[in-house]
Design a binder for this molecule. Structure first.
Ligand code: PMP
Length: 320
């Protein structure tokens, strides 16, 4: 999907024109994968545009940086303000995808140079539609088990949302697409279900909701957490557990969760229909609760919506 460019990108504390948010080719992260990032969505709601679970995404960004001993030269409040500024300065009142990125920048070359490269921070936002294509919400998608496994524990930490981890995601998703599937699901090195290329996975079997536990090389998805909390509201507790591959073939319902994919049903896996081959009732109920957060049908009792003041653009756009 081509990017719908916007006028500004927040780059090291200033709003700069989109084309000027560039780096040197010897940037550390380009060579060694040393970036951590986030993906958030802002939604158009009846009360105006709101960023979904901003504080939680910012916390995960700092947690990812902590694992890699990357010192973020801004506070979480600065990052939150940057996310607000990038929506208002670009006039994204119809909602947007927001991409904060922290990376080791341009300095002495080397895996661990004597002098730490400077840490740079960027936040971009643009309008973005359905990650797995139009209609995927209702119809569901066809997926396969990847021949690529997720990183083993104590190799690359799956709980860090780090640039380098997305080499694994690229292998999983490229293979799936090459074979004609929308997405791939990776197993752990022990053969348990892990997650999709860029999404967590949920399974419904005999009315029980299950998802792989954090020990199974998954990112602690914020949508995963949202779905678990929404399901609890209608009396459905999620089991975070080990899921053997074959249970996917026997599931009544399967769906992906993620900021990009939101809640997307899976209608077949390895060409075996999931349940009846149509979106299941629990998936649909969870989708209604999830999308209801943004159109007002689900009360935001958690304070997950962070409303953006769209009038604050001129000050931010000229800062620095
Ligand atoms: N796993 C991976 C590997 C991902 O890239 C994503 C998307 N960030 C997710 C899971 C879902 O996470 P979230 O719900 O926080 O977007």
């Amino acid at each position: 999907m081509p990017i719908a460019t916007t006028p500004y990108i927040w780059f090291n504390g200033k709003l700069v024109p989109w084309e000027q948010a560039t780096v040197h080719v010897l940037t550390h992260a380009l060579h060694y994968g040393s970036s951590v990032f986030e993906g958030l969505r802002a939604y158009q709601t009846p009360q105006g545009v709101a960023i979904f679970r901003l504080a939680d995404h910012t916390r995960r960004l700092f947690d990812s940086a902590r694992i890699y001993r990357i010192h973020v030269p801004y506070t979480p409040a600065d990052i939150n303000a940057g996310c607000h500024a990038i929506i208002s300065a670009n006039g994204l009142e119809r909602g947007a995808y927001i991409r904060p990125l922290v990376f080791r920048g341009y300095g002495e070359i080397g895996v661990v140079p004597k002098i730490d490269p400077p840490v740079e921070v960027a936040i971009a936002a643009w309008e973005w539609g359905k990650y797995l294509g139009p209609g995927s919400d209702a119809e569901g998608v066809d997926v396969c088990i990847s021949s690529w496994q997720r990183m083993a524990p104590n190799t690359l930490p799956a709980m860090a949302k780090a640039g380098g981890n997305y080499l694994s995601s690229q292998l999983i998703s490229m293979e799936a697409k090459r074979l004609g599937f929308a997405e791939g699901i990776a197993l752990t090195t022990e053969g348990m279900v892990s997650e999709g290329g860029a999404a967590n996975l949920f399974l419904v079997k005999d009315g029980v909701l299950m998802t792989p536990a954090l020990a199974h090389s998954v990112l602690g998805g914020i949508t995963r957490d949202t779905v678990m909390r929404l399901a609890l509201e209608f009396g459905l507790e999620t089991r975070e557990c080990a899921i053997p591959r074959e249970l996917l073939y026997l599931a009544d319902e399967l769906f992906f969760t993620g900021t990009g994919v939101e809640v997307t049903p899976i209608r077949s896996i390895d060409r075996i229909e999931v349940g009846s081959g149509r979106r299941g009732p629990i998936t649909e109920r969870i989708q209604q609760a999830y999308f209801g957060l943004f159109d007002g049908r689900t009360r935001d009792q958690w304070g997950w919506l962070d409303y953006v003041d769209m009038r604050s653009k001129p000050r931010a756009a000229t800062a620095g």
